[in-house]
Ligand binder design. Structure first.
Ligand code: MG
Length: 328
């Protein structure tokens, strides 16, 4: 049995500062879980209803009823990891950070030579780009990578179709195409059509991962593993069985979620070596700085432990107002 407490928070998107539409605040809750054996651990619960998650009210209602969603199941698993590390007075992140993160550029307009040089000097060697809004312009901007040593991760969030994707990739100069480490979610997953375009660049599955985890012959090369919503053991087992690589990413969530994801990534890398690619956990900078994100120590592509045990943040977590949610 365990008692679950929650504390609501709001993250403020940095881009909302310039956006015409206000109200880009994102709601979530931190969970504090106290097990019967006395261990206490923390985790984040940050639904993206836009991506098909039950919204926050639903998540809390379902938890209150003693049932779990994919998200809350993961939160409880992560909270237990945190609890055990706290009990052992151990930080979940290794002191010597080794596994790098990609730099995340949400707009291709952020790409120019100076910016790329700065990223390189900071120690980034892999860049993730969100594409699919204006293919012509994006194709044009990709030229900045010609002759650089950056590896590229392109994420289309399933907004294209097979022909549009094939046309786009055929237009990418070969030199740049070779720099593409993988293309994530070019269009909605379908084994046959993904097979047809797989020769352009390795493919990675993210949003539809849970639907394909039981498929026998996947037409992709990389599994994007988000510990915030995917069963880690199941995804790793799948990747091993089907010869895929794994890239761990955070869920554009609270700093507590960011550190949990980074810790899972470091642990998997330690255990499985080259199966695990660079991570995508450096997402807290997409939001305005708060008491939590202030404590995240980074050096270029690396994330270091936050002071404290487990995921860290001991003092601010304890000082939060916690309300009882459920006893399961
Ligand atoms: Mg994605």
């Amino acid at each position: 049995m365990k008692d679950i407490f929650y504390s609501p928070y709001q993250l403020t998107s940095r881009q909302s500062l310039n956006a015409k539409v206000q109200g880009a605040g994102r709601d979530g809750v931190l969970l504090m879980v106290r097990w019967n054996d006395g261990l206490v651990g923390f985790a984040d619960l940050h639904p993206w209803a836009e991506l098909g998650d039950q919204n926050l009210d639903e998540q809390l209602r379902i938890l209150r009823e003693g049932k779990l969603t994919a998200l809350s199941h993961s939160s409880l698993w992560l909270a237990r990891r945190d609890a055990e590390a706290r009990f052992a007075e151990r930080n979940l992140l290794p002191e010597k950070a080794e596994l790098k993160n990609n730099a995340l550029l949400s707009s291709v307009m952020d790409i120019d030579g100076d910016h790329l040089n700065a990223l390189k000097l900071q120690g980034f060697d892999t860049i993730k780009l969100k594409l699919g809004r204006d293919l012509k312009q994006e194709l044009h901007q990709l030229r900045h990578f010609q002759g650089t040593s950056f590896k590229l991760r392109l994420d289309f969030n399933n907004v294209l179709d097979e022909n549009t994707y094939a046309d786009f990739m055929a237009s990418v100069p070969e030199g740049i195409r070779k720099q593409i480490e993988y293309v994530e979610d070019p269009f909605s997953y379908e084994a046959k059509s993904w097979s047809k375009v797989r020769h352009f660049a390795p493919l990675a599955i993210d949003q539809e991962l849970s639907q394909v985890l039981h498929h026998s012959d996947p037409a992709f090369d990389v599994v994007i593993l988000k510990p915030a919503k995917t069963d880690v053991a199941e995804a790793v087992h799948f990747a091993q069985k089907h010869n895929c690589k794994v890239a761990v990413t955070s869920y554009m969530d609270h700093p507590v979620g960011v550190i949990h994801a980074a810790a899972v990534a470091a642990e998997l890398r330690h255990e499985y070596g080259d199966l695990v690619l660079q991570s995508g956990c450096l997402t807290h900078t997409a939001f305005a700085e708060d008491d939590f994100s202030k404590q995240i120590q980074t050096e270029g592509a690396l994330i270091f432990p936050v002071v404290g045990d487990g995921v860290g943040f001991d003092d601010i977590l304890e000082a939060l107002p916690w309300q009882k949610l459920a006893r399961l």
